[in-house]
Design a protein around this ligand. Sequence first.
Ligand SMILES: Cc1cc2nc3c(=O)[nH]c(=O)nc-3n(C[C@H](O)[C@H](O)[C@H](O)COP(=O)(O)O)c2cc1C
Length: 191
Amino acid sequence: MTQQPYPGSEFPSIPGEPLNLEPIEKALLKMCYGVHVIGSATRAGERNLMIADWVMQVSFKPRLVAASIENNARTLRFMRETEAFSINLLHERDGHEIARKVVMPAEGKKIKGRSEAAAAIIHDKLEGLAHHLTSEGTPVLEEALGWFSCTVEQFIETGDHTLVIGRVIDGDVTRSGDILTEKELGWEYAG
Ligand SMILES: Cc1cc2nc3c(=O)[nH]c(=O)nc-3n(C[C@H](O)[C@H](O)[C@H](O)COP(=O)(O)O)c2cc1C
């Protein structure tokens, strides 16, 4: 049976994706996420930022959070090296501006079709974004709604992602307001 396209008002437009969604995809796209930016660092002081929807609290005592990170993300390599990461909560009012600045992968080679020269470029996603570093050396964005600093408790390989369980060692809310949701942002990561 041919599926009918779903109207753009009901389902997000995903650039490059067909309008015909599988029923499972359709249901998965109904799940609701906030928009976070994961900060990471190497021992040598290289730093990175990446957008992640798939972040949640998973324990009260101790306070643990889980972030599901693509196996080929530079962020995951940095998290494995220093066993630390930060979580920045994007602000509903202007978080989309930060999202636009950090959406691309740091490594040019992750983007299909790039020339050899472009593939070799490492993009510094922190450039032009006011930030400070946690005691673990991971970046916290000045314009975030709030942030957490985490140390890694566990890496759990799960399909094409790795679930990183972090112990929350510090955190705060630095602006009034609420978190930007993926629905407001208009870019979906599900399906
Ligand atoms: C709205 C949105 C949400 C995303 N959520 C996740 C996520 O939860 N986990 C993940 O691994 N990648 C997620 N991504 C994709 C990563 O942000 C993307 O692969 C990023 O380039 C990885 O960065 P890095 O390779 O520089 O570490 C998301 C992308 C967008 C646009």
